[in-house]
Design a protein around this ligand. Sequence first.
Ligand code: 1GP
Length: 261
Amino acid sequence: MSIRLGRVEKYLIKRLEEDGALHIPLIDPENVSPEKAVEIGIIAERGGSAAIMIGGSTVASIVKLNEVVKLVRENVSIPIILFPNNLSGISPYADAIWFMSLLNSLNPYYIIGAQVLGASAVREYGLEPLPLAYLIIGDGGAAGYIGQAQPIPYDKPEIAALYALAAQYLGMRFVYLEAGSGAKNPIPVEMIALVRKTTSIPIIVGGGLKRPDAVEERVYAGADIIVTGTVIEESTDVEKSIHLFVDAVKRGFSRRCKRQM
Ligand code: 1GP
């Protein structure tokens, strides 16, 4: 019996094959109104982002989450992927969910407890689960605090690489290096490069990415998917912001290709 990939995962893999690296904006329903979320979604789709992620470390209102996901779903056709902080991050209106385990948490609830409690809702809602290893790097902001992480130090890339390899061996199909929303320093390029060298699953990088050049360098180092949240939510020109990040991802990937030739 072979693993049958779902529609969203197939789509992501195909876009990765075609475009090399991808940009995904993250919308936190605690930070933006449903109308602003729709605006970001429409502009992101038009601007070349691959999907929309919806979630946040402190999402508590399932009503608010559902409202945002539903409205974005009605206006945008790229996939909506939930980024849950807990059971309150599961909405029936999305396409898929990062079915994630916070591998470096000290609390088993965030490694497997919430997943056990949430699995039947994921099935009942028809959400596509995307198996994801979630790793908190540095202080990890609210995600690190809430998830009771034992954060991987910025200057210990070898630990992140070993976690990522273990995740791959456990059958997880994506790994997320998380610096935390609004982090002062994004994930170091040396860490991304070592994780890339050590594993073959797609690497998602997020947290504290505010400048296109920082995004370009992280894609050049080996990141496959770049997630930006705060910088787009707070932007006064969402269109320009999305355009700059999508372009930076493209530049980073084309430089990586040239280096490999
Ligand atoms: C947080 O990695 C994401 O979970 C995005 O972080 O809000 O800093 O872009 P920012």
